[in-house]
Write a protein that binds this ligand. Structure first.
Ligand code: SF4
Length: 337
């Protein structure tokens, strides 16, 4: 689904969470007026469309009520004229009481993205979130009961996190059966409290390779249960790159993670067969970012070649005439950086 993002950096946020600097992570650092949003949507929306206008970067449901109304009325006009199909808002789990949920529902909001970040109490406390894991559960369930599509945002790698915690948090999120998840491994941005911890040596971010491995485990778990992962890693932005101090940021992070799953599958398959085949649309991920998997494969087994053939189903690897699913093969391939 096409998303038309409106950034409202830190608008409505009760405080700054340890890791967050929305104004330094995207090139848009000012909260727009509803009239500006109206003008922008008028320009970018098609005459008929099935996308959603999405309010990101703040705590929508804690905005002053008149501003919520102005934004939702503006977006609602474009829904009514068929130029977009719905409205999405992003908010905190503790900012979704029954009155807020009812207001969003009656104002035409269709999707709520909830920044759960972790389901570990100690990680939430260390991240200065100001809400408990039980708020995550309650917010997701009550939004689902109200009929919203619910997305869950997770941040592996916060202080006190580990690969085990990241997977446990994901399992807890999946048990709630959201419509989709987003996964943003933690990075250190200038101006945050996390930056102070990093500078004093009290926080060590994950390396890129660690984050790719953990996120590959998370992606595999999601694929095994058919859960869409609509984003892996922060969106590339020059402002973010300028303010990034440390951590596993990569402009092609999502591809690195998908390619890691292919690498695990190739490791398993290359011990059985020298000619491996994938669908042409999977070839780029299977070969890896800038051919990393191809180079790695050459080193571990120079006889193995990877080809594309459109008779192979997407997400499958053909080994000796048999098409086997990536999710099964990568689960068997283990961790190999
Ligand atoms: S993480 Fe969310 S609630 Fe916390 S400061 Fe950032 S936008 Fe606001």
């Amino acid at each position: 689904m096409r998303i038309y993002p409106v950034f409202i950096p830190h608008a409505g946020c009760p405080h700054r969470c340890l890791f967050c600097a929305q104004d330094k992570s995207t090139s848009q650092s000012v909260v727009p007026e509803a009239e500006e949003v109206d003008g922008w949507l008028e320009n970018v929306l098609p005459l008929h469309g099935d996308g959603e206008v999405a309010f990101y970067g703040g705590t929508f449901s804690l905005l002053p009520l008149d501003l919520q109304d102005r934004y939702l009325t503006t977006a609602g006009r474009f829904v009514a004229s068929g130029r977009v199909a719905g409205i999405r808002v992003s908010t905190r789990p503790d900012a979704l009481d029954d009155i807020s949920i009812a207001r969003l529902k009656s104002s035409g909001v269709t999707t709520v993205e909830i920044g759960c970040q972790s389901f570990s109490e100690s990680v939430l406390i260390a991240a200065g979130r100001g809400h408990a894991a039980t708020d995550n559960l309650s917010a997701v369930q009550r939004c689902q009961n109200a009929g919203f599509q619910v997305g869950v945002q997770l941040m592996p790698g916060l202080p006190g996190s580990s690969s085990g915690e990241a997977l446990t948090s994901l399992r807890q999120a999946l048990a709630l059966k959201p419509a989709f998840v987003r996964i943003y491994p933690t990075v250190v941005i200038e101006g945050t409290k996390l930056a102070d911890l990093w500078k004093s040596g009290d926080y060590h971010p994950w390396t890129l390779d660690e984050a790719v491995n953990v996120c590959a485990d998370m992606l595999l778990l999601c694929r095994q249960v058919g859960m869409p992962v609509i984003r892996l890693g922060l969106q590339r932005d020059p402002q973010l790159e300028e303010n990034l101090l440390a951590g596993p940021y990569h402009p092609a992070f999502g591809q690195l993670v998908r390619s890691r799953l292919w690498r695990r599958a190739l490791l398993h398959a290359s011990s059985q067969e020298q000619q491996l085949t994938v669908h042409p649309n999977d070839l780029s991920d299977a070969l890896g970012h800038r051919g990393e998997n191809r180079d790695w494969l050459k080193k571990i087994n120079p006889e193995v070649s990877l080809m594309a053939d459109k008779t192979v189903e997407r997400g499958f690897l053909r080994i000796a005439g048999r098409d086997l699913p990536l999710i099964d093969l990568s689960a068997q391939g283990g961790h190999h950086g």
